[in-house]
Ligand binder design. Structure first.
Ligand code: TTP
Ligand code: MG
Length: 352
């Protein structure tokens, strides 16, 4: 049976989450990364939203350089960049939520990074049906997380990945004819081809994938050894690598988005108790009997999201303790302000 593989990559992931959490940032250039310290900071840009990318700012750039570009923009009368420190716990949480949405539609999902997932849609049997499923996934992510993503669909992971970044952001692209799709693309879109490989190939007059297709297996082997052989296949859109599911379970979590934003405590507590029971059931079913960390999340009406964790000195084994401590964490988050609540989440970690 022919494989149908999809690759989903979130758009400007960290920055988009911060935009949601801070409505006053909407439409402004945002950089998530190290503290720029008025141009004296160390460290780099984790990511920039699309508005900040217009200033030439990108992932991996020294934060001082991003600062300079922002100052330049300001001197031209443009908006200055908002710099934010990353909150990985928050991004992990959203990543889990995206994964759980994808899992509703596909049995085989590979978590490739915090914002990237491969999943198998071969069961759909046609690209048309696979595309419909991906439209649903995009819609659900938009509704639940207010985030956009880009999805590529093709016969293997390689093509799906290249397709997902082809028309970012908020795209959905199906590649039925990989050879033709690849021909006019730059060799840089091939995963594994970095600046060094590019330089070597450029010096031989190879810029596009169609140029690369003209090199023989032997020539590529001479240039790059084993990687050269892989490159020969990649240039032709050939890739048999399987979807690798995550087997090791590191945490178990769930969240509930309420039908209506609420502050009704009795209702919220009941929902938290349901989360405790579900998570505890899954924890037992997976064959665990101890955990050490509990994390509770609250998302308010305006999408501001707060999390609080507690780690026990000794591992915990019972449901009552989970209920008690998650309630305590929830209370302290809720008492921080009076806003209506949109969602609550619970996660247990350090399983044993
Ligand atoms: P990417 O998917 O590479 O970037 P992105 O989601 O921000 O933007 P795009 O729309 O182009 O996909 O990476 C996902 C997240 O990983 C990103 O939001 C921040 C983090 N990251 C780093 O911390 N450092 C890096 O060098 C890169 C590339 C990403
Ligand atoms: Mg991304």
């Amino acid at each position: 049976m022919k494989r149908i593989i999809a690759h989903l990559d979130m758009d400007a992931f960290f920055a988009a989450i911060e935009e949601n959490d801070n409505p006053e940032f909407k439409g402004k250039p945002i950089v998530v990364g190290a503290d720029p310290k008025n141009g004296k900071g160390r460290g780099v840009v984790s990511t920039a939203n699309y508005k900040a990318r217009e200033y030439g700012i990108h992932s991996g750039m020294p934060i001082t350089e991003a600062w300079k570009l922002s100052e330049n923009a300001k001197s031209q009368g443009k908006e200055g960049v908002i710099f934010i420190k990353p909150n990985f716990e928050k991004y992990e949480l959203v990543s889990h939520s995206i994964l759980s949405i994808i899992k509703k539609y596909s049995q085989f999902v590979e978590v490739a990074s915090i914002d990237e997932f491969y999943f198998d849609l071969s069961f759909a049997k046609s690209y048309k049906k696979a595309k419909d499923i991906c439209l649903k996934i995009k819609k659900e992510i938009k509704e639940r997380e207010r985030l956009t993503c880009s999805i590529g669909i093709g016969p293997n992971k390689l093509i799906a990945k290249i397709a997902s970044s082809y028309k970012k952001p908020d795209s959905l692209i199906v590649i039925k004819n990989p050879q033709k799709f690849l021909e006019n693309l730059s060799i840089r879109v091939i995963p594994g081809v970095g600046p060094k490989t590019e330089e070597i190939l450029n010096s031989l007059g190879v810029f596009k994938i169609k140029d690369l297709q003209k090199l023989s297996k032997g020539e590529l082997y001479k240039l790059f050894g084993k990687f050269g052989l892989a490159l020969y296949e990649k240039a032709r859109g050939i890739d048999e690598s399987p979807i690798i599911e995550e087997h090791e379970i590191k945490s178990i979590g769930e969240q509930i988005t309420f039908e209506k934003d609420t502050r009704k405590l009795s209702y919220i507590y009941d929902e938290l108790e349901k989360l405790c029971k579900n998570i505890y059931k899954r924890f037992k079913e997976e064959g665990f009997d101890k955990f050490k960390t509990i994390t509770v999340t609250v998302r308010f009406k305006d999408f501001e999201t707060k999390t609080k964790s507690f780690t026990f000195k000794k591992p915990i084994a019972n449901l009552e303790t989970l209920k008690l401590h998650s309630l305590r964490l929830l209370m302290s988050l809720i008492n921080q302000n009076k806003k209506l609540i949109r969602m609550i989440g619970l996660r247990i970690e350090k399983l044993g």
